[in-house]
Write a protein that binds this ligand. Structure first.
Ligand SMILES: *Cc1c(COP(=O)(O)O)cnc(C)c1O
Length: 382
């Protein structure tokens, strides 16, 4: 067997995977309608519940074939009763995506927007809920992957429940990294895709949610066929299968990834991501980069920094220099600001980050960027 080159992905997913996960995809051909395959998916769905400590009596995991955005689409279009509204607590690009989904489906919604570098004002959330008794879904993003800001989900979920709304959280960039307890965190629905925290491959996404609310949604207006939560859930309940063709190879990879997840352990894995994050943050701090999010609000998985004001700064060139040497860095996702990101996802550790900074410094030097980096415009972060 030839060895597969190891690449260090510092982009916000897909993440660096182990060779055992890569190789788990190479299996004899199988028709996914076979009982053998349905059995594999049943085990996978149970294991996904364990990742967020969900009671299988109360919660279920519904699988979809698609990238992570399919989960946002599914939850928003499927869980809104007639005559009700969605409240989106929006402080970043991923919650903005949920707003766009509401716009595309013409779903009544309130876009409660805050600055991308600020935590939501909880008083405003409370006021909005109090003033609109037709809100039945409160929605937010756990870790805003564009900036690395951590939202206070437990508090938001509690507020939602006090106002008889369900709480839907996009946990795509925390699940299987930052520990989540679905019940204690007041979550009714969370979600992720296989290629981020689980360190598997692209093409499989899943919603973990309260069975009772899924059952209730049978009576709600149907707004999509392929992306309807109840339809997919019901098919799983009846047959143990996805309604349509599943991403077969990705499912094999995810089953292996889950084995490796439980072997590493929730706490040990979170500690590893945390030390990788700190190594990344220390590295950019030492080089003088200004971070987008203050320390106390960081989710501990994404480092986002502003471009320095140096005429020699050229992100594309620096990216290419690193990429040619096996390290992938990623631009930011904040409209109107020039930022880039280094992420602590995937099967990597601090030695990889030390190796990265050697290459990154050489990239800056090769472009003639002054180190420590310089900022002319003051007040970016003040
Ligand atoms: C990655 C990500 C998604 C999904 O993005 P896709 O490109 O569809 O995989 C959704 N929400 C968050 C917070 C993410 O980090």
């Amino acid at each position: 067997m030839s060895t597969i080159a190891r690449k260090i992905l510092l982009n916000p997913g897909p993440a660096t995977t182990t060779d055992t996960v890569k190789m788990a995809q190479v299996v004899p051909d199988i028709c996914p309608r076979e009982k053998e395959f349905a059995g594999l998916m049943a085990g996978l769905r149970k294991d996904l519940l364990k990742v967020v400590h969900a009671d299988p009596e109360k919660y279920t995991a519904v699988l979809f074939c698609g990238s992570g955005t399919i989960n946002l689409d599914v939850c928003l279009n499927s869980l809104l009763p007639a005559g009700k509204k969605v409240l989106i607590v929006n402080n970043g690009a991923y919650s903005q995506r949920a707003v766009e989904i509401c716009q595309y489906y013409h779903l009544p919604h309130i876009n409660l927007a805050f600055a991308f570098d600020q935590r939501p004002d909880m008083n405003k959330v409370e006021e909005t809920l109090a003033a609109n008794d037709d809100i039945s879904i409160v929605y937010t993003t756990h870790n805003e992957t564009g900036t690395g800001l951590l939202n206070p989900i437990r508090e938001l979920g509690d507020m939602a429940h006090h106002h008889n709304a369900i709480f839907v959280v996009d946990t795509t960039s925390t699940l299987a990294m930052r520990p989540i307890d679905i019940q204690k965190d007041n979550i009714d629905f969370c979600m992720a895709s296989a290629q981020k925290g689980l360190m598997a491959m692209t093409g499989l996404s899943f919603v973990i949610g309260n069975r009772l609310y899924i059952e209730k949604s049978k009576e709600y207006p149907t707004r999509s066929y392929y992306c309807n939560l109840y339809l997919q859930y019901e098919y799983f309940e009846k047959t143990g299968e996805m309604h349509f063709t599943p991403p077969v190879q990705t499912i094999y990879a995810t089953i292996q990834a889950l084995k490796e997840y439980f072997a590493e352990g929730e706490q040990a894995k979170w500690e590893r991501h945390t030390r990788v994050f700190h190594a990344l943050q220390r590295g950019v701090d030492e080089l003088g980069f200004i971070s987008v999010i203050p320390e106390e609000w960081r989710a501990g998985l994404v480092v986002a920094v502003y471009y320095p004001d140096d005429p020699h700064w050229d992100f594309e060139k620096i990216h290419d220099y690193c990429y040619e040497r096996g390290f992938t860095i990623y631009p930011g996702k904040i409209s109107g600001s020039n930022t880039f990101r280094l992420c602590a996802l995937g099967s990597i550790d601090v030695d990889d980050i030390a190796a990265f900074f050697k290459v990154f410094k050489a990239a800056l030097a090769s472009c003639g960027v002054a180190m420590p980096v310089q900022y002319q415009k003051r007040g970016l972060c003040e």
